[in-house]
Design a protein around this ligand. Structure first.
Ligand code: M3L
Length: 322
C-alpha cells in the first residue's frame, strides 16, 4: 500500500522523495487509471491561461505577417493602440478560448497516449524509465498532425478577426467585415463554401507536424539536463524547458506560419494561390527572403511565457490527478 503511494521514481509522490518539485498531493488510484480525464482538464487550464497571456503578441504577429502597412513591431503596436484602443489587441480571442479545450486535449492527449503505446509506460513511470527521443518526436508529430483538423477552422477565424483594423463601432463609421466569430464562420461558409473554413489547413499541417515533434523533444531534453536521474523536474526546470521549447519550435515554424496566415487571408482578398509553394514563391518574389521571418521576434517574446505556463499547468495537473 505504502509502496503504491510512493510512485516508482521516489518523485513528488514519494514522502521520501526530493521535497516539493511541483506539488506534493497524493495520487488518486481511481483517476490514475483514466488517462483521458486528467489530460482533458489539464489541457484546458494550460491552454486558456497561455492563450490570454499571449494573444496581444499574437495579434501583432499576424498583422505583421499579412499586412504590408506596418514598419515594424513598434509601429504596429502604436497604430493598433491609437486606432483601436487596447481592445484591438484582443480581437479574435473568444473562439480560440472556446476551442482550446478540444485542441489542446487532442494535442496533449494524442501525444501522451502515443507515448504510452510506444513505450508501455505511464506518465509517472516515465521519470524512472525515460522514453527515447525518437519516441518523443514521433508522439509529438502524431499529436501535431491530429490537432490540425480541430485547429484549422478556429485558427482561420482568429486570423481573419485579428486582421480587422476597424475601431469599435462609431456612429457613421463603416462596420467591420465580420461582426464576430460566429458571423465570420457563417460568412466564410456562404461566400467560400464549407471548405473555405479549412483554407490554409495544408500549410498548418506542414507547420505543426514536425515542429510539435521538435517542441516535445526540446522540452524533454531540457528537463532531463536540469533534473537528477529518476526524479521529477522542478517547477523552475519545467518553466525554462517549456519556454525554450516554445521559442525553438516557433523559430522553426515561422516560415510556414507566414505562408499559412497569408493563405488564410487569401480568400478574403480574393487572391488565389495555387498552393503552399505558389504562395511561398509569390511572397518571396514580392518581398524577398526576409518574408519568411516576419513576426519571428514578437513570436519568440510570446512563446517563452506562454509555453512555460502551458507546460507547468500540464505537468502540475497531470501529477495532481495522474
Ligand atoms: C509547433 N508550434 C511552434 C507551431 C506551436 C507550438 C506551441 C503551441 C502553443 N499552443 C503556442 O501557442 O505557443
Amino acid at each position: 500500500m505504502e509502496e503504491e503511494a510512493r510512485g516508482p521514481a521516489g518523485d513528488l509522490w514519494s514522502p521520501a522523495g526530493r521535497p516539493g518539485p511541483i506539488c506534493s498531493c497524493p495520487s488518486s488510484p481511481l483517476l490514475g487509471q483514466v488517462q483521458g480525464v486528467p489530460l482533458i482538464a489539464s489541457s484546458y487550464h494550460a491552454g486558456a491561461l497561455g492563450l490570454v497571456l499571449g494573444h496581444p503578441f499574437d495579434t501583432v504577429k499576424v498583422r505583421l505577417q499579412t499586412q504590408t502597412t506596418y514598419r515594424g513591431i513598434f509601429d504596429c503596436v502604436v497604430k493598433t493602440y491609437r486606432h483601436e484602443s487596447l481592445l484591438g489587441f484582443f480581437k479574435g480571442m473568444s473562439f480560440p478560448i472556446a476551442s482550446i479545450a478540444v485542441v489542446n486535449s487532442v494535442l496533449f492527449g494524442v501525444y501522451s497516449n502515443t507515448l504510452l503505446a510506444l513505450t508501455a509506460t505511464s506518465h509517472r513511470e516515465r521519470r524512472a524509465q525515460p522514453p527515447s527521443y525518437a519516441h518523443v518526436f514521433l508522439a509529438g508529430c502524431t499529436g501535431g498532425f491530429m490537432q490540425v483538423y480541430c485547429l484549422a477552422p478556429f485558427d482561420l477565424i482568429k486570423v481573419r478577426l485579428q486582421n480587422q483594423t476597424e475601431p469599435r463601432a462609431r456612429p457613421g463609421s463603416p462596420p467591420p467585415r465580420y461582426r464576430g466569430p460566429v458571423h465570420c464562420a457563417v460568412s466564410i461558409c456562404q461566400e467560400e463554401g464549407p471548405r473555405g473554413l479549412f483554407r490554409g489547413a495544408w500549410a498548418l499541417m506542414l507547420r505543426d507536424t514536425p515542429t510539435l515533434g521538435i517542441y516535445f523533444v526540446t522540452y524533454e531534453w531540457l528537463c532531463r539536463q536540469s533534473t537528477p536521474e529518476g526524479q521529477s523536474p522542478s517547477s523552475a526546470s519545467v518553466l525554462v524547458a517549456g519556454g525554450f521549447a516554445g521559442i525553438l519550435s516557433w523559430a522553426v515554424a515561422t516560415p510556414l506560419d507566414v505562408i499559412k496566415s497569408r493563405m488564410q487571408m487569401a480568400g478574403l482578398k480574393h487572391r488565389v494561390y495555387r498552393g503552399v509553394l505558389d504562395c511561398m514563391a509569390s511572397s518571396v518574389r514580392q518581398e524577398g527572403l526576409g518574408v519568411f521571418f516576419r513576426g519571428l521576434t514578437i513570436n519568440s517574446a510570446r512563446a517563452f511565457p506562454v509555453n512555460a505556463v502551458i507546460f507547468l499547468s500540464y505537468e502540475y495537473l497531470l501529477r495532481w490527478w495522474g
